[in-house]
Write a protein of this length. Structure first.
Length: 339
């Protein structure tokens, strides 16, 4: 048998195993495996007793969960892996429910569906809220990209003593990474109440409260502070927003930046081979949750240019999950300041 034939067989079995792995994880959730193991390590006997399952099938299902990366085995004991512990049960439930809507999100609406009724609008709203919930709960995984951001910007060396505005901050992973590397920086966070709750947890964990201000705004309205900030951060949000909100946020960034100040847009952008599958799956989740796909870099560059930004540069942030990039642009100096 040739190498190509062997690879074809390997890919075939890898492909057909995907729905089985998904079904195994979903079954383990519904039977209470994850809930049981979240209490601590357990033997096979303890798991079967806790979940009311037969030993032989339970052992096999646990083997599949080990291969999937959710569970680990230590001698006779089973435990959730670190990745499994970091994934709340509620998040699994949301994700499984969310993906059931992929087919309808991909179909062209029939004529009778082009004027949505109230129940359809409610369904669309549910999808959007599910997407935001998933997006928010996995933002911690962008920590590596946040570290790469500080390197790309030269935080603490080339750029220091910054006044930073983080619009739609969420968990504030990126701005807090900057604050950690630039001890003189001052951060202003803007988000709705849910976002600021997550941000406070990050701020408190890093003990940076004395350098952080917060403004609660469900619409991300941020009046005042004209020409006040050195850097405006927009992270993991640009794809979620409508074109109108994107433009308003970019206009706000321009208004609040000092001449020569910069806007840093950090988000998921295609291009890194190792993260292409993750990027594609995110694009499908985005389609389910918002009805549109990823915003191309060139389109975002055009928006920045039309808003008046200059020196627009894009760079990948090459670290796990290998999906993020940085789009950096500057507000120009006035003629007097330039000279």
């Amino acid at each position: 048998m040739s190498d190509s034939q062997i690879r074809t067989i390997e890919r075939f079995f890898e492909m057909i195993s995907q729905p089985a792995k998904t079904a195994a994880i979903n079954t383990a959730l519904r039977l209470g495996f994850v809930e049981s193991l979240s209490e601590g390590q357990k033997t096979l006997e303890e798991i079967t007793e806790s979940c009311g399952t037969v030993p032989s099938g339970t052992a096999t299902l646990l083997d599949v969960l080990i291969q999937s990366g959710m569970v680990e085995q230590f001698g006779e004991h089973y435990a959730l892996s670190q990745a499994g512990r970091l994934t709340p049960r509620s998040l699994w439930a949301i994700m499984f429910d969310q993906w059931t809507a992929l087919e309808s999100a991909l179909r062209v609406p029939a004529e009778e569906d082009k004027n949505p009724q109230a129940d359809h609008e409610q369904q669309l709203r549910k999808r959007y809220e599910q997407f935001r919930a998933v997006h928010a709960q996995i933002q911690w995984a962008a920590t590596g990209a946040a570290m790469k951001l500080t390197e790309a910007l030269g935080i603490g060396t080339e750029r220091t003593d910054l006044k930073i505005l983080d619009l739609g901050c969420g968990s504030a992973v990126y701005s807090m990474a900057i604050a950690h590397h630039d001890p003189q920086s001052q951060i202003h966070l803007v988000d709705d109440s849910v976002g600021l709750t997550r941000a406070r947890a990050t701020v408190d964990s890093l003990e940076l409260k004395d350098r952080v201000e917060m403004t609660e705004s469900s619409e991300l309205v941020f009046p005042g502070h004209n020409e006040h900030f050195d850097l405006v951060v927009i992270a993991d949000q640009i794809h979620l927003w409508s074109p109108e909100l994107r433009q308003r946020i970019l206009t706000t960034a321009m208004r609040t930046l000092k001449p020569g100040g910069e806007v840093a847009i950090i988000d998921i952008f295609p291009g890194q081979e190792r993260g292409q599958m993750t990027c594609d799956l995110f694009a499908l989740q985005l389609l389910i949750g918002t009805g549109h796909g990823l915003l191309p870099v060139i389109e975002l560059q055009n928006m920045l240019e039309n808003t008046g930004f200059q020196n627009i540069q894009f760079t990948d942030l090459p670290t796990a999950p290998y999906t993020h990039g940085l789009l950096l642009a500057a507000r120009e100096f006035s003629n007097d300041e330039a000279t």
